[in-house]
Design a protein around this ligand. Structure first.
Ligand code: UD1
Length: 419
């Protein structure tokens, strides 16, 4: 199993190109199930999760061709099968995003229930209730969700989400594009990846209003076609490297990153003493002086992203003063805390909040984590720590960070992958 070795203490300087967003492409690829022609995505990141989604779409009978040099993926249908097997879904929860498109286009889907994951129980009840409101019949049998559209196909509906859910918004948005009549999604998630999905669906012929707001109105159409769509830049990758620049006291240009997509993360970084400036080529992030402790609460976009919580906590470990980090989205998302503590961080967890008391420096150690963002927070801590840090279980990082060690080494980090 690969490991990453980091010798800390070097400020990062230079440009880091930001890849296409993992969470956008994982919704855009299933959207291809809806169209009659080929969907070509550009700016596609080369990530383990993209390979998993590729395997799933191929399992459904879709053609998926990656041009790695051009960074494009072309997906052709139609699907010839409708089952998302347990072996793929258990690897990646985003597999559930084939559910809405399959039911809308083919009238039937059988998708393994994802079950729990390292960061919490993560139910899919809102996805299922939404499809039911559109007339689908849902049964859970043998660990699988079986969904069937009524005769004549799904019908438009007014769906009010009691909780903001990225995945449920995406699944129902996709399903609604081919439903009969109008659908309204109220209290919809507003993450930039949803906007990206909606823009792609529009290119395929969908009729959607309210893009970028928490109220999406979809007028169902008879059919969608293929199209071309560039994947939006990954705001979480950008935020992660912003923390890398900040924790090492460097200055980096995050190529292609957008300030408006960082939401509260940009504001909080500035409050902590990090310069964040938008330039034509991307975002310039710099830290000239000391870091200050800032309190954060994770929230749906544009609030502070839960996917940035672990990385920001790593930063707060070396800030002056204290910081309270409250996680409101997932119930078990502090697995990085004991590992950061092994590197000398002072953190106490009280329920959903962690109090971080900044220390002058961290010290390198062998560490590991059980999910993607927790793993990368340990890389950040390693970049700032005295001595050597070995991050184990690198396959978590490979799910969501493209060429992490190359990107960091190119801006001056002493980091290498050990096979
Ligand atoms: C997506 C992201 C993930 C991010 C999360 C929150 C992808 C592939 N993944 O995950 O990286 O951390 O958004 O920004 O885009 N919930 C329910 N019932 C449901 C669905 C969700 O109760 O049917 C709850 C969840 O348990 C959680 C909250 O709603 O507490 C938000 O989850 P959701 O936005 O759905 O996350 P995902 O789409 O799974």
């Amino acid at each position: 199993m690969d490991r990453i070795r980091i010798k800390g203490g070097r400020p990062l300087n230079g440009t880091i190109p930001i890849s296409g967003a993992k969470n956008a492409v994982l919704a855009l690829m299933p959207a291809a199930l809806l169209g009659d022609g080929a969907l070509t995505l550009s700016n596609v990141p080369n990530l383990a999760d993209v390979q998993t989604m590729t395997a799933l779409l191929r399992e459904l009978g879709m053609g998926v061709a990656h041009d790695t040099a051009a960074r494009t993926t072309t997906i052709t249908g139609p699907a010839t099968a409708h089952e998302a097997p347990y072996d793929i879904v258990r690897k990646m929860r985003a597999s559930v995003l084939v559910l809405g498109p399959l039911v809308a286009r083919h009238g039937i889907a059988r998708v393994s229930l994802p079950g729990g994951c390292a960061i919490g129980t993560r139910p899919v009840d809102l996805h299922l209730k939404g499809l039911e409101a559109m007339g689908a019949t849902i049964a859970v049998e043998g660990g699988y969700i079986e969904a069937r559209a009524p005769e004549g196909g799904l019908r438009g509906a007014r769906i009010i989400f009691p909780v903001v859910s990225v995945g449920a918004t995406e699944n129902l948005l996709m399903a609604a594009t081919l439903a009969k009549g109008d659908t309204e999604l109220v209290n919809a998630a507003r993450e930039p990846e949803i906007e990206d999905l909606a823009l792609c669906l529009m290119r395929m012929g969908a009729r959607i209003e309210g893009i970028g707001t928490d109220r999406l109105r979809i007028q169902g159409v008879g059919a969608l076609v293929g199209g071309e769509h560039p994947v939006v830049a990954d705001r979480i990758e950008a935020g992660t490297y912003a923390c890398a620049a900040a924790i090492t006291g460097g200055e980096v240009l995050l190529g292609g990153a957008r300030l408006d997509h960082l939401g509260a993360v940009a504001r909080v970084l500035r409050e902590a003493g990090v310069g964040v400036a938008e330039e034509p080529a991307g975002l310039r992030v710099s830290r000239m002086n000391g870091l200050h402790g800032v309190d954060v609460v994770t929230e749906p976009f544009p609030g502070f992203a839960t996917d940035m919580q672990a990385q920001f906590m790593a930063l707060m470990c070396v800030a002056q003063g204290a910081s309270m980090v409250t996680e409101t989205i997932f119930e078990n998302r502090f697995m990085h805390v004991p590992e950061l503590a092994r590197m000398g961080a002072r953190i106490n967890v009280h329920g959903a909040s962690a109090i971080v008391r900044g220390v002058p420096s961290l010290s390198g150690a062998p560490v590991m984590a059980t999910d993607l963002r927790a793993s990368v927070s340990l890389v950040l801590a390693g970049l700032a720590a005295r001595g050597e840090t070995i991050v184990n279980r690198v396959y978590h990082l490979d799910r969501g960070y493209e060429r992490l060690e190359d990107k960091l080494a190119a801006v001056g980090a002493d980091v290498e992958r050990m096979k």
